[in-house]
Design a protein. Sequence first.
Length: 233
Amino acid sequence: MKVAIAGAGNVGTYIAADLKDAGHDVMVIEQNPDLVARLRKGLDVKWVIADACEVSSLHTAGLAEVDVVVAATGDDEDNLVISLLAKQEFAVPRVVARVNHPANQWLFNETWGVDVSVSTPHLLTALVEEAVSVGSLVRLLQFQDARLVEVTLADVSPAVDTPISELGVPRDATIVAIVRDRHVIVPRGETMMQAGDEVLVLVTPETEEAVKTLLVGAAGAIVTGPAGVIEID
């Protein structure tokens, strides 16, 4: 897989090294030549000294040939511009953008070419809520057309002692994993839900409410990690 990373800060270089070790073809775009000169000796990837917010620079870098663009600079405005150019000018299949200031999270959506946005404060909030919330639906990750949610089944959950095949999960939702006693269970039709199970489900905005009703009940909570709010029905 060909990946272009804009920004050679701590985040960008860590991602680049991780992806390089995983066998991917990685290119880092950074406009500071002194920074590139200092980093390229220790990071064996393709380096491009250019402004990732300039269309001509991205053309020269060959952005049209990459599979994924990661906008990882320390400036949200730059990350939005890079994402928009990657999607609209170069039709990059997948654009991942770093959100530096949590208040800007709402901007990082498909309108700006972002398929997946990552806000560290919101992700940490969601993971904390995921660890302590029983009987609530927690949104862990937001994608362009779907989101990954988690529910720790309470004793009163309507899904307890019910096989997955009889739950009536909506067509556009998928139970991807169940964590029980620190073991991951691959869900099958005959898998029986138990109280205390951590259930990971991929849902669309349209099916989230139905999934919440199946796993939590009609009156439950949705903890929205990316938005940083807790809504109680």
